[in-house]
Design a protein around this ligand. Sequence first.
Ligand SMILES: Cc1ncc(COP(=O)(O)O)c(C=O)c1O
Length: 384
Amino acid sequence: MLVARMAPFTSTIFAEMSALALRTGAINLGQGFPDTDGPASLLADAAANVTGGVNQYPPGVGVPALRIAVAEHQMRFWGLAVDPEHVLVTTGATEAIAAAVLALSGPGDEVVTFQPYYDSYAATVALAGATLRAVQLRPPSFAFDPDELRAAFSPRTRLVLLNTPHNPTGAVFTREQLALVGELAAEHDAVVVTDEVYEHMVYDGAEHVPMATLPGMADRTLTISSAGKTFSVTGWKVGWVHGPPALVGAVRAVKQYLTYVSGAPFQPAIATALGLPGAFYRELAGDLARKRDLLVDGLRAAGFTVHPPRGTYFVVTDVAPLGFDDGAAFCRRLPELVGVAAVPVSVFCADPGLGRTLVRFAFCKRDEVLAEAVSRLAGLRART
Ligand SMILES: Cc1ncc(COP(=O)(O)O)c(C=O)c1O
């Protein structure tokens, strides 16, 4: 029954691995959701809104307070001048991505992105009927080859779908890398759609550089983020996109027929949370850096080759030193072997072979959960 263009996307590895984790009682480091709640004030504000009657359709573009708060956030953290009128609230970053791709590309058009990629990118481009051109990010640095990027562009390129900090590799694109992406986009008159949901999760002095801050790029960039990661409320699905009015208008045209609106009681609460003091944002990154180190050290001790991330809450490992030549087969066995679940990086790739022995673990979990996972993983070599 399913249309042919969606046939490759019938199941997600996350559902499979989460079900496996549940069945085996494994610690689930597969899917990227935190196991603690966001700031208490945010939860209290949302609860008060639910009981206080903020439960009907909000405005199609989002509640004014949140649009203003997003604009203020962009100025405060990145020095980006954003008019709240050019902010569109969406059902998570996922809807913003889907609406942008559906609004701006179609059959015959090409979308340049990087692989491995967040899995919704390929599915959304397929939904639009456009063609994906995915440039490889290879370990250990996960930097792209500039010539390969150049070669991915063509007269048919309509969009560049960028993600920094990058899931699953944990790479943080440098200013120079972004400048080349921007240069090529400008040369081909393409729009850059930049997914910055991990904007506040960078470590070791790495700098998150929003694409729209590069000279001339604000005019051709749609910037996307969401509350899910920053405030540990991945189930709320409130995101946003901003950019030049014509582009945001196009996204809005599609968005209104995907979901129309969502998250009425959450939107004003998130508006307030975006204004939390710097200490909140610093603690978020500091806590995650500590968790990363805990898991990275444990994975190394367990025998994995580890590629420590400079951003996001994921770490990519190589299972080859453990005697496995297929990350997917490894992930299917890991819960039963030691009681931990992870996801293979190959599912985020268009090219079979890329990331074949790579496996991704999430570290957005309580310290004691990570410590238990590390102690379980320590027994891995004995069982393989
Ligand atoms: C790169 C990236 N973009 C977007 C999302 C989804 O964001 P949201 O939950 O706001 O739709 C995720 C979630 O894992 C992600 O990793």
